[in-house]
Design a protein around this ligand. Sequence first.
Ligand SMILES: Nc1ncnc2c1ncn2[C@@H]1O[C@H](COP(=O)(O)OP(=O)(O)OP(=O)(O)O)[C@@H](O)[C@H]1O
Ligand SMILES: [Mg+2]
Length: 255
Amino acid sequence: MSGPPTNTIALELTNIGKAFGGLLAVDGVSLAMRPGERRAILGPNGAGKTTLFSLISGEQPVTSGRIHLFGHDVTRTSAHRRAALGLARTYQITNLFPRLTALDNCLLAVQALSRTKFHLHRPLTGYAGHFVRARAVLDSVGLAVKEGEQVRNLSHGEQRQLEIALALAGSPRLLLLDEPTAGLSPAESQLMVGLLQRLDPAISILIIEHDMDVAFEVTDRITVLHYGRVVADGLAADVKTNPLVQEIYLGAAEP
Ligand SMILES: Nc1ncnc2c1ncn2[C@@H]1O[C@H](COP(=O)(O)OP(=O)(O)OP(=O)(O)O)[C@@H](O)[C@H]1O
Ligand SMILES: [Mg+2]
């Protein structure tokens, strides 16, 4: 990591690319987010949205370009170090422990992020501070009443809420959410929208979202990807009426 820390830009991508063999999944993407900004990434299937998240989080290395996180050049920094700088993400496919309770899932997330060494023979509830923190993150997504429920018995909507709780465990400053409303009913989506709107406004949120209505409700800026490239970037209202966006994303050109 190098460069002075700054509070003016949370995330800056400069011309980043990712090649899988001959396929350029992400092709020269640049964008900047200020602290507290809420931005959506839209784009058709295979546009490179999830790959972009993996590059930002450090789970995959870029093949070109640079990534700055809160003023630090993290282009070659491990995912673990990026998390320590305040980055957290959720996944398109759930990664919860289905047979553990909601609270134990949160405890594990808190535990994983804490510096305390994990002792296998010590019960999870032995960590008083972790317990308080786990309850707090569960409460922040409205699931306090479900703390003793096994995850497999929660509704799909509640499971997605729990994923947000796990991401909040480390008090992130930048949150990457990969399709948090995927598979949700309209009512469940609305609950998720409310939850996201209530999150600490200081947290920057980058959200991949197929549902345009959700994207417009929780963000003010939109970036549209197509074949790995940014084809539109701007205020939601402007992007919505962009003819190219309507053609490729909304299928306006289809008969
Ligand atoms: N690990 C990988 N190895 C090879 N190709 C990959 C890999 N990951 C993604 N791809 C390819 O990169 C392209 C972008 O995939 P990505 O998952 O980022 O798209 P996406 O925009 O998230 O799509 P969706 O809306 O379906 O989730 C696709 O063509 C995909 O097949
Ligand atoms: Mg994806």
